[in-house]
Write a protein that binds this ligand. Structure first.
Ligand code: KG4
Ligand code: ZN
Length: 347
């Protein structure tokens, strides 16, 4: 079975061709960092235009490199949300056009499901159910993954996503864009104990995350420095990363109790490429007697292979969509989850 996957929900344009034996026949990922860097963040309109320019030639390149004709592909999977709606529409309409033109089924993939199932692309031995920590630019959630399409949200953020907090910290410290990797690099030579930063909701009975207070504390402490230099920058980056990691570990430990059927702790999403966070989670899983699974770094940030893989998983179960499938700016993985105070802006 061959599935073509398209991703365009944020600032990566990505295409991959995958088979159901987990072989990636060809793939392309084009980052738009250069377009957005002057603005210090992703500009939705620029992102959508860049997807329009890049996506179709990338599909042609992937098929050519794999030596496969569109007629030989079994299904087209495209991200249908959640994300920046202009970009989502570009990818979904492209997917629909390919599916219609070639007479192939369309699979409208939830981007978060792409992240949630990506560890099963990397690790053939990973079985359901597992506990998933999904940490990205738009999301910070703990999910009980019971099967394809069966997700129980155990926790979400009541304010900022963790990736957003990394990006804003990078902006405050003048570390540039994209922020997460820059904070991680600066933190590597910093003293995490020098600045005292809050750890919101640590030890709390409620299951959720909060990062707004930590982010504001970084700003206040930075502004209080008389003449900040690279040492201050590294120490504050390290302090922020340590505080954010402590929050993740504490909340994940709590979710392990709420979802005891999990056989593995799995981390996915862009922030999962952070080595300090991976190491802390691996330690937590070891203590709890759970396997720890983290996708390779390239599979953590947005890519086409995770969308193609979610397509494979859905197609195997006969889950296909009609050509009127909507593009959705918000699309929670667990529609039954209670709305959370302050978390209304994102899925
Ligand atoms: O999953 P992703 O590529 O896009 C979304 O769906 O949001 O995640 C991007 C987020 C950004 O906020 C980025 O700063 C963060 O992941 N990120 C990191 C690292 N690499 C990417 N955060 C912390 N440490 C990293 N090494
Ligand atoms: Zn993502």
């Amino acid at each position: 079975m061959l599935v073509l996957g398209l991703e365009s929900s944020c600032d990566e344009t990505a295409v991959a061709l995958l088979d159901d034996q987990r072989r990636i026949l060809a793939q392309r990922i084009a980052s738009q960092d250069a377009e957005h860097r002057p603005f210090g963040g992703v500009v939705p309109e620029l992102a959508a235009r860049a997807h329009v320019d890049r996506l179709t030639p990338m599909v042609a390149d992937v098929l050519a490199e794999a030596g496969v004709r569109l007629a030989d592909v079994d299904a087209i999977a495209a991200t249908a949300g959640p994300g920046l709606i202009g970009g989502v529409m570009v990818g979904l309409v492209t997917g629909k056009a390919l599916a219609w033109g070639a007479g192939k089924p369309l699979i409208a993939v939830n981007h978060l499901e792409g992240h949630a199932l990506s560890p099963r692309l990397a690790d053939a031995g990973l079985e359901f159910p597992y506990l998933l920590l999904l940490v990205s630019g738009g999301h910070c959630q703990l999910l009980g993954v019971e099967g394809v399409g069966r997700y129980r949200r155990l926790a979400t953020t009541i304010d900022d996503a963790i990736g957003e907090a990394f990006d804003k910290t990078a902006k405050v410290l003048g570390l540039g864009f994209p922020g997460g990797p820059a904070v991680e690099r600066a933190a590597a030579h910093g003293d995490a104990r020098r600045f005292h930063l809050p750890r919101p909701l640590l030890g709390s009975d409620e299951p959720h995350f909060s990062f707004a207070g930590l982010k504001s504390a970084v700003l206040r402490q930075w502004q209080a420095l008389p003449a900040p230099d690279d040492i201050d920058r590294a120490d504050l980056a390290a302090g922020f990363q340590a505080a954010a990691t402590d929050c993740l570990i504490d909340r994940t430990r709590r979710a392990m109790v709420a979802f005891p059927q999990a056989t593995a702790l799995v981390v996915a999403g862009g922030v999962a490429s952070n080595q300090a966070i991976r190491a802390a989670l691996a330690g937590l899983a070891a203590v709890a007697g759970l396997a720890f699974v983290a996708p390779p770094l390239w599979l953590c940030t947005d890519n086409g292979a995770m969308i193609a893989w979610a397509g494979v998983e859905r197609f195997r179960l006969g889950l296909v969509d009609t050509l009127d499938a909507p593009a959705r700016p918000r699309w929670p993985l667990d529609p039954g989850a209670e709305p959370v105070r302050g978390a209304g802006v994102r899925a």
